[in-house]
Design a protein around this ligand. Sequence first.
Ligand SMILES: CSCCC(=O)/C(O)=C/O
Ligand SMILES: [Fe+2]
Ligand code: NI
Length: 192
Amino acid sequence: MTLLQIMPQDAPDTLVLRTRDTARIAAVLKEHGIEYGQWELRATVTADTTQEEILAAYRTRVEELCERDGLVLVDVAQLHPAVGPEWEERAAKARAAFLEEHRHAEDEVRFFAHGTGCFYLHIEDEVYAVVCEAGDLLSVPAGTRHWFDMGPTPEFAAIRFFKEEDGWVGDFTGDAIAQSFPRLDVLLSEDR
Ligand SMILES: CSCCC(=O)/C(O)=C/O
Ligand SMILES: [Fe+2]
Ligand code: NI
């Protein structure tokens, strides 16, 4: 289930808010110009599902969003658990690539067609951890400091939307803040 957990930037163990109420999540994020929404799931995604099949399943919604927000490029980032040393290495590399705080020159727009991932949004003096699940759409404004954790066993397929070819390139802030915050697996284990 989708989760929003807000923590002070200097007190990662302190809960300002923890909610799985998606209407509340949307409302809280909207106050900061972040769009959160849910699309009806249209396809079962497995390791054998191609990018083309995922894009075809969501074509209407994708086209509507592109038209509305002037997005021109779409692709699918996906990882599914496998076995063997190559997988372990690939997963660790992929995870590490987004685990440091960065910004993008354009909005970060992602739709989760499968699996789970957590965006940590550093907004003013707080960190908003948004655990996205299949069906979730998140649009984070350009320039927002953030990092992303796909967890120790990455499993997700996300449609990515861009205005420019290099829209995914991160500008790393050099702030080590991400290291102090609970990772995706810890966040999810803390249900009480
Ligand atoms: C869920 S898509 C991979 C993560 C990504 O593109 C990004 O920029 C994270 O900050
Ligand atoms: Fe990013
Ligand atoms: Ni999978």
